[in-house]
Design a protein around this ligand. Sequence first.
Ligand SMILES: C[S@@+](CC[C@H](N)C(=O)[O-])C[C@H]1O[C@@H](n2cnc3c(N)ncnc32)[C@H](O)[C@@H]1O
Length: 430
Amino acid sequence: MHKITDNAINLFIDKLDKSGVGVSSIQKEEIYLIPYTLPGETVKAEIINEFKSKVYCSSLQILENSSERSKNTCEHFTKCGGCLLQHWKYKNYKQWKFNLIKQPLLKLTPDIKILDMISAENYSRRRAKFFLKQGNNSCKLGFKKYKSETLININNCIIIDTEIMRFLTELKNALNTNYLTDEVIVFHVNKLDYGLDILIQTNKSLKINELINIFKNFKSKIISIYYQQNNQNPELILFYNKNKLSFGKDNVYGLIPPAGFFQATKLAENELIKNILNEIQNKKEHVLDLYSGSGTFTLPLLKKGHKVYSIDNNNNSIQSLLKSSREQNLFNNFNYNISNLTKEKIEIHFFQNFDIVILDPPRAGAIIQVTSLGKSKVKKIIYISCNIQTFLRDSQILLSYGYKIKYILPIDQFLYTSHLEIFSVFEIFN
Ligand SMILES: C[S@@+](CC[C@H](N)C(=O)[O-])C[C@H]1O[C@@H](n2cnc3c(N)ncnc32)[C@H](O)[C@@H]1O
C-alpha cells in the first residue's frame, strides 16, 4: 500500500469506466479516476494529475471493500501495468466485460444474436514485449507500470506462456552477471511451433558476439534470435529452427517474421479460423482478406481450395505469406497487395470482385474502408476486431447500408483488461 500523504482524499467509486478504471463523480464538473478499485468501494486516494475535467488518482487505501473484491491476484498486480482487473471476482469481471459489447450492441440492433463469451486461460499469451534496464549493479527486466515508463521486475506473470516466463527468468539470471548497456533494451518474444522467436531492439549498438555468448547456453527452447538497431533490418544472430506456426486443423502453417503479428492465444486463433471456415464453405467463393498479416485466415482458406486476395501494409508479413504459400503449394489461388489501408481507400467496384470480405484491422478500426464496403453490397462481411469502440463505430456504418449482423462471438483473449476480441458476421440480402 502507498504512503498516505496530506493530499489524500476519500472517494466513493460509482462505477468502472470502459477501460476498467474506477470512477468517482463526487463533483459534477469533474470525474476522479482511480485504478484497481471497484464499484461501491470507498478509497483513500491521492491526486496524481489533472487534465480538463479528469482528475487522475492513485489508490492509497481501500476504506470499504466491495464484496466482489478478489484476493486472488498475482504478486505483481497494481505494480505492473499489464492487468487492470485481477482484483474483481472472475464471474463479475466476465459479466462486466461481456456487457461492454452486449449493451451498446443491443442499442444498435435489438434483435442481435450474441454467443456466450469464450475465455482464454491464465498462462496462455504467446506474444510478449518486455524491457531491460541495467545500471550499476542493478538489472530490471519486465513490464512497465500503469501509465508510466517505470520498469517493474517480473518474476511470475500469470498471463504469459510459461515457456516465455522461463526465458525471462533465464535472461534475468544471465544479465545479473553480464552487463550489456545502460540504455533500455526491448525484447519481443513470440512462441511458435518449435519454440521462441526473439527480436532484440536497441538504439545504440551492442556487441553481437557478447549477445550470442549469453544466449548460446540457454536451456529455453529458442528457435532464433534477431538483433535490430535503430529500426534497421533485423539481423539474424542465432538460428536453431524454423519460424513455423500451424494454423487450424488442416495441417497448414504460416511463417511469422521477427516480432510479427499472430493471434495472442491459440484459443482465439482456433476459434476465429473455425468460424471463418464455417462461414465460407463454397469453394467457388472468392475471398478478400484485408489486414491479412502473415496469413492466419488466408492460409487455411487457400488450403481448403478457396481463391484469396490478401492485403496488408506490412511488407515482412506479406513476404512471409508468399513464402509459406509457395512452400505448401498453395500459391496458385493466391493474390496479394501491400497497401496502407488507413490512407488508400478501396473502390466499390474492387470490393465487388469478391463474394466475402474479411476485415481484421488494428485497434483504430477500418473507417475509411467500411463506407465503400457498405456501398458495394458484398454479400458477406466477416469483421474481426480487438477494439469495442471502433467496432461499434464501423458496425453502425455497415448497418446503415442495409447489412444485418448474423451473430457476434466475443473472445476474451486479453484477460483482466478491457480489451476484447470480437468475431462478427454481416450479411446483406438484396
Ligand atoms: C489485428 S492484425 C490481424 C492480422 C491477421 N489477420 C491475423 O489474424 O494474424 C492487424 C493487421 O493489420 C495490419 N495493418 C496495420 N495497419 C495497417 C494499415 N494502415 N494498412 C494495412 N494493414 C495494416 C498489421 O500489419 C496486421 O497484420
